[in-house]
Write a protein that binds this ligand. Structure first.
Ligand code: ZN
Length: 296
């Protein structure tokens, strides 16, 4: 297995406002699979969402957070992928063991698992109170095309997106990656045509990364015959910041009566983090303390 470090590389096309992000995300998607025991099609869907969220996170400032939330009409039910400005991503899928036969050989059927017409929401918590929320009905369900549609329809920012996960025979992640290209209104048409042409010649992202291509090399192929500059890069990783203290606060939110029921029926409480599957256990002594605190 090629174990490259996950990262996003950001480039600008000269004399334009075109921004190109290319990411490799093999290790973080494998980490997600390992944590959530996802089936191949669930791994591919979650991996695509995590990769694209990770790329979008690069535009955030410290303390800000971005969430891609898909309410699926298909059997995955829902997908959540979160990213911050540090390149840390985390996420989960509601039904991780969904199995669907492939429609094409060797191609996982993400579109059907998510479902055409599902709702894709982009939630940007910029630390300014109410988060910004935009959403679209997904025209396809394969996630990347739908996100490009979101940028164009909801943010008036014409874009091209791609994301792919190559899953091995034992369900392991062999490679994963993605790109987002923003071509703001006013971009010269020859630049758009050149990029469109380059994209049409490009093999799938997951196969390029599987062959050992780096995000820099993929950028070169995407922007062939255009002048551009690489202006930054950021490492990506799977990271969950849950803690016992946060789990305790979740319990307090249940309310005194619910906690009392838990104490009498179970004698303890369990808080399970959906993002990393860590389990926080609270014994009867701690539960009693929480009930007393809550009654004040
Ligand atoms: Zn967690």
């Amino acid at each position: 297995m090629r174990n490259y470090e996950d990262k996003v590389v950001c480039s600008l096309v000269e004399d334009t406002r075109v921004v190109v992000y290319v990411a490799s995300s093999t290790s973080l998607v494998e980490e997600a699979r390992h944590l959530h025991h996802t089936s191949p099609v669930a791994t591919a869907a979650l991996g695509r969402a995590l990769t694209l969220a990770g790329i979008m996170g690069v535009e955030l400032k410290e303390g800000q957070r971005l969430t891609l939330h898909i309410r699926c009409l298909g059997p995955l039910e829902s997908i959540l992928a979160q990213a911050n400005s540090q390149g840390e991503v985390r996420g989960y899928v509601a039904q991780p063991s969904v199995f669907l036969p492939s429609r094409e050989e060797k191609k996982l059927n993400v579109e059907e698992a998510v479902g055409k017409g599902s709702q894709l929401s982009v939630v940007k918590d910029l630390g300014l109170g109410e988060p910004y929320v935009g959403y679209v009905e997904m025209p396809r369900g394969g996630i990347a095309y739908d996100l490009a549609y979101y940028f164009t329809a909801s943010e008036q920012l014409p874009s091209a997106c791609s994301a792919g996960v190559y899953v091995g025979e034992r369900g392991e992640v062999l490679s994963a990656g993605g790109f987002i290209i923003h071509t703001p209104l006013g971009t010269p048409s020859y630049v758009i045509e050149t990029i469109e042409n380059n994209i049409s010649l490009l093999p799938s992202l997951s196969s390029l990364i599987w062959e050992g291509k780096t995000p820099e090399e993929i950028t070169q192929e995407l922007l062939a015959s255009l002048s551009y500059q690489i202006v930054g890069e950021k490492k990506l990783c799977y990271q969950c910041h849950c803690s016992r203290e946060r789990a305790r606060r979740t319990l307090v939110l249940l309310g005194k009566e619910e906690l009392k029921d838990l104490l009498t029926q179970e004698g303890r409480a369990e808080v399970n983090c959906s993002f990393c599957n860590r389990v926080y256990l609270f014994g009867d002594k701690e539960l009693k303390e929480l009930i007393e605190k809550g009654s004040k």
